[in-house]
Design a protein around this ligand. Structure first.
Ligand code: GLV
Length: 330
């Protein structure tokens, strides 16, 4: 019988990276990319010491209690609201994520989505495809400028700062931000970024970009009352997590033109999308692809694999979320 630890690769992944894991572990993978129910995921974790997961797999206290042999869960995502970290800590299970490698790619996408939203690119493309373009008109799909406008960032972590850099240095935007804590002056100064209250952020920005992690504290951080503070000409872009924005309230604000437009890459309850969002024209909808370039997805998968290998072979996992559980019990 093999002494090598058994691990689960819960979703389809780059074959060569799965092969790299096979050099160390008995791997059960999922090349068909089946989406496991909670019960199926639990069944697959039987006897596994570690798991390579994505943001779609929920690792909760019940699952951890059912699998006391599990020692590491390695997320191929920077966000980790799918993992109950307190429960991991209580059981000495290491959780890891993939920060840094996706920062610039995700910021590129956030900026692209904000621009598509402000300049009404999706809405006008649909109009053209429907064959409705019969003449030029002075106000046809007139949107709002990005250059020189006020960029409001909710959540000024690594990705928020990378979006701010694009806005300030590339597009001459004024940057205001709200965050749990204020950045040090050496981070604010090169961007000319001004720390403001959440209310001031919402009232003053022309383009709001949401990059705050999801937690019970950020649930519906942007709902009807917050949307009501925004300018009718403002746009909202969410590249953070579904659930940070109240999608039903947003759809109502868009329909009633209480804000101009929105760009959404993430949705509460995704891959389901609130039906009201599907029927309003002034929203750009993308299926959670902000980190999706080939190079970045490879870097994320590779980092998740490095974490899993290090965690279960006595090495030092490069990006632990809860390093206090290290070293793991054999
Ligand atoms: C994607 O949403 C991630 O958290 O990496």
């Amino acid at each position: 019988m093999s002494q090598r630890p058994a691990v689960l690769v819960a979703r389809a992944a780059f074959p060569d990276i799965v092969e790299r894991l096979r050099a160390h572990f008995e791997v059960e993978d999922n090349p068909a990319d089946q989406i496991f129910s909670k019960a199926e995921l639990s069944a697959k974790l039987a006897g596994k010491a570690g798991a390579f997961i994505t943001g779609s797999e929920r690792i909760d206290a019940e699952l951890l209690a059912a699998h006391p042999q599990l020692r590491a869960v390695c997320n191929m995502a920077v966000g980790y609201n799918n993992i109950d970290i307190d429960a991991c800590n209580a059981r000495g299970v290491l959780a890891t994520n993939t920060p840094d490698v996706l920062t610039e790619t995700t910021a590129d996408f956030g900026f692209a989505l904000m621009m598509a939203t402000a300049r009404r690119i999706a809405e006008s493309e649909h109009f053209l495809r429907r064959g409705e373009w019969t003449k030029w008109a002075y106000d046809m799909f007139a949107g709002s400028d990005v250059h020189g406008a006020t960029l409001g960032i909710l959540g000024m972590g690594r990705i928020g700062q990378a979006v701010a850099r694009r806005g300030a240095l590339g597009f001459g935007m004024k940057v205001i931000y709200h965050n749990r804590s204020r950045l040090a002056p050496e981070f604010e100064a090169p961007l000319g970024a001004r720390y403001v209250s959440k209310e001031e952020l919402l009232r003053e920005c022309d383009h709001l970009v949401i990059v705050v992690p999801y937690s019970p504290a950020s649930h519906h951080a942007i709902a009807a009352a917050e949307l009501a503070l925004m300018k009718p000409s403002a746009t909202l872009t969410n590249i953070a997590r579904g659930g940070v924005v109240d999608d039903a309230a947003l759809a109502a604000a868009l329909r009633e033109r209480r804000i101009a437009a929105a760009g959404l890459d993430v949705f509460e309850g995704e891959p389901k999308v609130h039906p009201d969002l599907l029927s309003v024209p002034n929203v750009v909808l993308t299926p959670h692809i902000a980190s999706a370039t080939v190079a970045t997805r490879r870097a994320m998968a590779s980092l998740a694999a490095d974490n899993l290998i290090a965690a279960l072979t006595g090495g030092t996992p490069p990006t632990p979320i809860n390093p206090q559980v290290l070293p793991l019990k054999a």
